[in-house]
Design a protein around this ligand. Sequence first.
Ligand SMILES: [Zn+2]
Length: 226
Amino acid sequence: MLRLKKLLSFIFNLIFPRSCINCDKFLPGSYYTGFCLDCIKLTKEFNIKQHQAICNILEDKIIDDFNARFVYNDVISKIITNLKFHDQPHYAEILANLLTKQVNGFKSENCLLVPVPVHTKRLLKRKYNQASLLTKYISKNTDIKYSNNALKRVKHTPHQTGQSAKIRKKQLKSAFLAKSTIIKDKDIILIDDVFTTGSTVKLCAQELKDKGAKSVKVVTIAYTAL
Ligand SMILES: [Zn+2]
């Protein structure tokens, strides 16, 4: 059985050669994490104990817990930009595999995966929501149900890059709308690509709790150390 599995994996790799998502180097063999051994060394694993800023954010209990796979840096930035803007949605499957452990760490009996939504206007431009794609593959890996309708973005806000936290907060106020019938009494695991100031996920978490969610935990690919 194991032999057959190995053989099938070998054939699959011949047909669909896997490469490193950072440097495109061909990666033979069945064990595949997305990065080659050289590039994985360029990433930094996230450890909450090393980041006081996120501990401070968790203190107000709007977000009940947080975890990420990586600390944001040039390598992660390139991969997330590819996922977001360069029409490479297959990256989502690879990145979702890298988040299985973090999401399973927050798993409970009554939990639901919810992606941070984007407004329809942006969705039309980009064709897909990267957080939603990630969530779909995470659901497949963890057997946790997911919903794209639990939380909607009802207000279109300009790109946030380069704006102060205060302006962002003002723009994002009442930008989200949660559906009580889907999220009531659920432990929500909110999925996004990057955690920066936390203003977006905090507003999502607040709206989810206002509509009856029991708890809201957040998992992202990367955490930006400020
Ligand atoms: Zn590489």
